[in-house]
Design a binder for this molecule. Sequence first.
Ligand SMILES: *Cc1c(COP(=O)(O)O)cnc(C)c1O
Length: 361
Amino acid sequence: MKGRIYNFNAGPAALPLPVLEEIQAEFLDFKGSGMSITEVSHRSKWFDVTINDAVARVKRLLKLDENFHVLFLQGGASLQFCMVPMNLLREGESADYVNTGIWAAKAIKEAQIQGKKANVVASSEDSNFSYIPADIHFNPDAAYVHITSNNTIRGTQWPSFPDTKGIPLISDMSSDIMSRSFDPSPFGLMYAGAQKNLGPAGATLVIIRQDMLDRVPQHLPTMLKYTTYAEKNSMFNTPPCFAIYVIGLVLKWLEESIGGVDKMETLNRQKASLLYQAIDRTDFYRGTADKECRSLMNVTFRLPSEELEKKFVNIALENGLGGLKGHRSVGGCRASIYNATDLEAVKALVDFMEEFERRNG
Ligand SMILES: *Cc1c(COP(=O)(O)O)cnc(C)c1O
């Protein structure tokens, strides 16, 4: 569509164009209410249908059984770093954490500042977080194992989930939820800030298994307890209504236009392999993550100099390709190719990369 760029932002990130058009089309009169979705009561039938539809779609798309509760919270993934140990780690217990980058480290810190025992059982810090540790020995009595399924900043992703031998797995899935299929049964809890692969900022998706809810201490502040959200269908207080509505539309698009998570994964693999091929083809571009654990979502790479990287990002934008600057903490370049960034966008980027190398290599 004219005036819109190919969007490779890391988050907030691209949304499917049909979703944006649907929001626009029904914005002034939401489903015959005579109001916009931002004006209706969260206690109204209009919003009830909206949130229940979003919850049902999450369950269908991830093939969750009745043991799982689907919740919408606020405070981003960052609040989950704090809520997970607060709710799930009891007095005297410890949890295992795997440190695969900045977000993982923040999760560890939030457990430790509460005086909780968070054991770092594996880390890839020795190599600039360029890989995902393998053959990890988990403590058999850990209350849970916490991982970051996709490392948005470093461009690594768990190729498959670790076998925790029955210990509940908890994952920060902010940047890869709904991008590939997996067996949800080992997971006690999954969480994701919406602004990467689900919708706009403002809502956090939390998927929690019943046995984890049973761990929640009574004495916690009401708004910091998972049970509060589970008992009230995420509506103890006013939820982030607009964000939940958009998430519902994105999930409808994923189910009905794409055809589900399996189909999405096939497309995502196609997109990522095209881009990694372009990087590997030459010495001009250099991928920063080890090949076995490269992310399908965040493709990180360097150019021969920082000066060229700056030029690459700027000239790309002049050519309608936005958001290619690496995270400020690591530099370099990063193309985030979440679900909503389609094959056409990736092809345009690959063409641009070839042209840029011809002129500057
Ligand atoms: C973006 C991101 C976060 C931070 O999310 P907020 O919603 O801003 O708190 C945490 N973890 C991962 C993996 C992320 O990509």
